[in-house]
Design a protein. Structure first.
Length: 399
């Protein structure tokens, strides 16, 4: 018989069970490295992305970044503003259903990548697991080079797992600062292929207004049915402080304690979650990252048991004990389900408070800071995404 109080379910730090020799005591659970707070600074292999649910609405964003020598500022903005872009999509629906967000990253124009590959590399393919995207961005470095933007577009069309059907929004954002037509692929062929595939190409030129018009960036976006933006890639886009930031920061760390690593990637997933927390502090985005963890787009089903069960990736009736943290291997399916439910309840409680704080913070920023300027990477992406999502039948949340 399982003995657990409601308070224990909500606390979910330890799991008191009295079921005989199969049970684990609270100290064993709390001491297990995959149930305790993860260790910062960990490293490991890329985590595989679970397959998407067929028929679910999906927003796919491929971000193609110029990583030639002059683009350090662009990479810094991508690192620091990722979570602002993600948060802008929170609350989006398609006919009442919440879409799945998938993000992919390419780099191009880097002489550290072989000419035979067009100086182009897929950094991470489409994944719903945004800590993987953050990890990939922080691993980028600039070098070179020869910037073949049209070829980068065609590579993304050929290599990524683009989804089809109603309720799928497919977008490419290509960012750079040299002439658009470079390399072996004609820009017209690249954008025509994208448009035929139903992929909207948006161009982001790193330079003053109008500067990209005479080197093909605006024309490419127009022909592709997308939007063109100019940004100041060397500015440091940082939100002003608000009275709610400290509590958001604390809860953004506390919610990590509700994650339970499983399988081959469990320990690395926990470590990477903490590593990306540290990275977000370094670039001034800890608050918006903390808010992201309360949203539907922050999901980690390939390594977190709670998300894995919720998304049908994990079946607690059939999961092998060796895939679980040691402290959970003695639990039967009912006990394991109760443990997962306790963690889910605690996560939901923290997320609900973060949602309240987000609303208060948004109100404060509207009064004191105005809108995010579109001359930053996230400002451009958010402006383009909102218009294109609504044109595709999505309903967007408007703060």
């Amino acid at each position: 018989m399982l003995l657990a109080s409601t308070a224990c379910l909500l606390a979910a730090v330890a799991w008191p069970i009295a079921t005989g020799s199969r049970a684990r005591d609270p100290e064993a659970i709390a001491a297990d490295p995959q149930l305790a707070a993860p260790n910062p600074g960990g490293s490991g292999p890329a985590m595989p992305s679970p397959p998407p649910s067929q028929g679910a609405p999906t927003i796919q964003i491929a971000l193609l970044l110029d990583t030639s020598s002059s683009m350090d500022g662009l990479i810094d903005q991508a690192r620091s503003r990722l979570w602002s872009v993600v948060n802008a999509l929170d609350g989006a629906t398609f006919h009442g259903a919440t879409p799945r967000l998938e993000v992919a990253i390419y780099e191009y124009g880097n002489d550290g990548i072989a000419f035979a590959n067009g100086h182009i590399r897929q950094v991470v393919g489409f994944t719903p697991e945004l800590d993987r995207v953050s990890q990939a961005l922080f691993a980028l470095s600039t070098n070179g080079g020869s910037e073949f933007a049209p070829q980068a577009i065609t590579r993304s069309l050929d290599e990524l797992a683009w989804r089809d059907g109603e309720g799928v929004l497919r977008m490419v954002y290509v960012a750079g600062n040299e002439e658009f037509q470079q390399g072996p692929v004609a820009w017209t062929d690249a954008v025509d292929r994208a448009r035929a595939r139903g992929v909207v190409v948006n161009s982001i030129y790193c330079g003053p207004d109008g500067a990209g018009d005479d080197v093909g960036w605006a024309q490419a976006a127009t022909r592709a049915g997308g939007r063109h933006f100019n940004i100041d890639h060397n500015t440091r886009a940082v939100d002003p402080p608000t009275p709610y930031d400290d509590e958001i920061g604390r809860l953004g760390v506390a919610i990590n304690g509700t994650y339970v690593g499983y399988g081959n990637e469990g320990a690395h997933g926990l470590e990477n979650q903490t590593e990306q927390d540290s990275n977000s502090v370094a670039v001034g985005s800890a608050v918006v990252r903390g808010l992201s963890k309360s949203m539907a787009n922050y999901r980690n089903p390939s390594w977190d048991l709670v998300d894995g069960v919720a998304e049908g990736v994990v079946d607690l009736q059939t999961i092998v004990p060796d895939a679980l943290p040691e402290a959970l291997r003695g639990l039967d399916a009912a006990e394991l389900a109760a443990f997962v439910a306790s963690r889910r309840a605690e996560r939901a409680a923290i997320a609900a408070r973060l949602t309240q704080l987000r609303e208060q913070r948004d109100g404060f920023l509207r009064q004191h800071a105005g809108d995010t300027p579109s001359n930053s990477l996230d400002g451009a992406m958010i402006e383009g995404m909102a218009a294109q999502a609504e044109a595709a039948g999505f309903t967007m949340r408007h703060s």
